[in-house]
Ligand binder design. Structure first.
Ligand code: ATP
Ligand code: MG
Length: 592
């Protein structure tokens, strides 16, 4: 391909909203342009790199026996109503009506659509397990699209879905997907951290996210210094730093605690203020918060009420994802001040579990160890002291809802935990029966008995993966493509594209292309400096400079440089193609 006809509009300036390297470089290198907020066009060079990522994903999906298909991007609202997500998806889902006033959805994800298609075709156990996937456009009306294609509104996701007779079969595919994901990211030259993830309120029994470390990451990862424990903070656990007790054990442990009593705490509300005021430590406080559950998904949920009180040791924070999972709600949020006042008869800041009759109480494990604690007394400027769990109050549900933080201890080995910020590139998920049950999917087993299949879902963002490759592989001058994703493998830069130089450059390009190497030939009538800058910016792995001087030598020479390297190497023109092929193959093999 000749540069002059490749439509690569490189830029010096960057748009003001391009705050991360990949966004800046994709713009400057002429890979993408913005059509509207969160809506990007890939220009031809950008699309070449995009297609490489897409193809790697496709090859690894095919390798594990997943079958590609192509459902429509516009889905009937009907299937979303069947699964119950018509409401649950909220405003992220773009809904449209057709001329007959029927509801449609621009695919944000496709559990429902695939399940509806499979439902009609599935009859026998012989058809299972089944894994289907698409690499297709998604639309999510993200509130704040940002960082270029990292978080766009329209993007391309590979989403795969699988159906199984039992957990064992699901686990097999889930593991195979996990291995395929590791391969995909390795082939793209990416360093990913697989982490344990929240698997939601319903049925999900396993979930793993594939993260890249990133300063702008939306996720907090909890990692162990000593072993390979890694979890999203939404899921992370830690080694207990307390002695959990049953209510009976707590009563016994509080044998020497005086009876609880009210104390005046004028104008002190926060735990810090109280600590200073009472000269006590936050670990002796029973923090009490009033929460509201949204979309309780399961009628057997332990807390059917919408509002509930949550107690946790005073030095800790509630992890709302863990809390939602514990109460089997899709989401939980802090109750509005007015609800707190209405439900506790006290101002915000004075809630406490003692004598709280109006709400179910969720107790974090840490609270069960408190035998002589301080907590709100459900009245302004009053607290209780000498409060003991088991003796003075109990809870309707006890569980782990603390937010794990750096410095806590690893649940596996007891080593120290630390935090990193991460960006999610992919997610694999055991869904269980959520969709197959609500959408009435069934098959007949060997005995002719109707059974419901269990299900998994597996997603990778193609755009976000591509942008992450640039995040990991760039310098001040531009992109440094791993060969697997590079739009072209070699850029030939003739100092002046004329005469003998032109002949040599054209010939080299032709020989390389014959061996399967993709070549961009910079045939422009530009100064060498301009061409070199563009070669650096666009990040094509090997640059070959062909000049009059080198060609005039008794043994004609060209200069070869990898984008990572600072110095050119001279290579005889006759040997250049072989040398490049060797370098190329070495690099290709490194990424396998
Ligand atoms: P996030 O928390 O980043 O919004 P998510 O949990 O909503 O991600 P999934 O629904 O699991 O993401 O989608 C699978 C993959 O699709 C993600 O891992 C990510 O790579 C990609 N993805 C999701 N939303 C976007 C987006 N707005 N822009 C680009 N890629 C996205
Ligand atoms: Mg999202």
């Amino acid at each position: 391909m000749n540069y002059s006809s490749a439509f690569i509009p490189t830029l010096r300036e960057v748009p003001a909203d391009a705050v991360i390297a990949s966004h800046r470089l994709m713009f400057r290198a002429g890979m993408i342009r913005k059509l509207a907020n969160g809506l990007f066009a890939y220009l031809p060079m950008g699309l070449r790199a995009f297609r490489k990522v897409e193809q790697i994903v496709r090859e690894e999906m095919d390798a594990i026996g997943a079958l590609e298909m192509k459902p429509p991007v516009v889905q009937p609202g009907e299937v979303w109503k069947e699964s119950g997500r018509w409401e649950a998806m909220g405003e992220a889902m773009l809904r449209v009506k057709n001329r007959l006033d029927n509801d449609f959805v621009i695919t944000p994800t496709a559990e429902e659509a695939f399940t509806a298609i499979v439902r009609d075709e599935l009859s026998s156990y012989r058809q299972l397990p089944l894994s289907l996937y698409q690499i297709n456009t998604k639309y999510r009306d993200e509130i704040r699209p940002r960082y270029g294609v990292m978080r766009g509104r329209e993007f391309v996701m590979k989403d795969a879905y699988s159906w199984h007779r039992d957990d064992e079969s699901l686990d097999k595919t889930y593991q195979a997907m996990g291995r395929a994901y590791r391969k995909i990211f390795k082939r793209c030259g990416l360093t990913v951290i697989p982490v344990k993830a929240d698997s939601g309120a319903m049925g999900g029994s396993g979930s793993e996210e594939f993260m890249v470390e990133s300063e702008i990451g939306d996720n907090t990862l909890i990692l162990c210094k000593d072993c390979d424990y890694a979890a999203n903070v939404e899921k992370a656990g830690c080694k207990p730093d307390f002695t959990a007790r049953s209510p009976e054990e707590s009563v016994a442990a509080a044998a020497n605690t005086p009876l609880f009593e009210k104390i005046d705490t004028p104008n002190v509300k926060t735990i810090d203020e109280l600590c200073t005021f009472l000269n006590n430590s936050p670990t002796n406080f029973i923090k009490t918060l009033i929460y509201r559950a949204i979309n309780i998904e399961d009628e057997s949920a332990p807390v059917p009420e919408k509002f509930f009180a949550v107690t946790i040791r005073g030095d800790l924070d509630v992890n709302e994802t863990k809390l939602a999972a514990l109460v089997k709600a899709a989401e939980v949020e802090l109750a509005a001040d007015s609800d707190v006042v209405r439900l506790t008869n006290a101002l915000v800041g004075f809630a406490g579990p003692v004598g709280l009759k109006t709400l179910p109480i969720i107790v974090d494990h840490t609270v069960t160890a408190i035998t002589d604690g301080i907590t709100g007394a459900l009245a302004k400027d009053l607290h209780y002291r000498h409060v003991a769990y088991g003796r003075d109050f109990t809870g309707s549900v006890i569980g782990d809802i603390r937010t794990v933080k750096a410095g806590d201890l690893c649940p596996l080995c007891g080593g120290e935990l630390y935090e990193k910020k991460g960006n999610e590139l992919g997610h694999i998920f055991k869904l269980g029966y959520k969709y197959t049950r609500s959408m009435n999917v069934s098959y007949l087993d060997e005995n002719g008995k109707s059974q419901i299949p269990t299900m998994g879902s597996y997603g990778i963002g193609v755009d976000r993966t591509l942008a992450s490759v640039i995040e990991e592989h760039h310098d001040e001058a531009g992109i440094i493509w791993p060969v697997s994703v590079a739009p072209w493998h070699v850029i030939i830069v003739p100092i002046k594209y004329e005469g003998e130089v032109k002949v040599a450059a054209d010939e080299l390009a032709a020989v390389l292309e014959k061996s399967g190497i993709e070549v961009l030939l910079d045939d422009r009538n530009e100064r060498p400096g301009v061409k070199f800058n563009d070669a650096d910016l666009t990040g094509i792995p090997w640059r070959v400079v062909v000049g009059e001087k080198g060609l005039a030598l008794p043994r004609p020479q060209v200069e070869i440089k990898h984008r990572r390297e600072k110095e050119n190497r001279t290579v005889e023109l006759d040997r250049a193609a072989d040398e490049l092929l060797l370098l190329y193959n070495t690099e290709v093999n490194m990424l396998l």
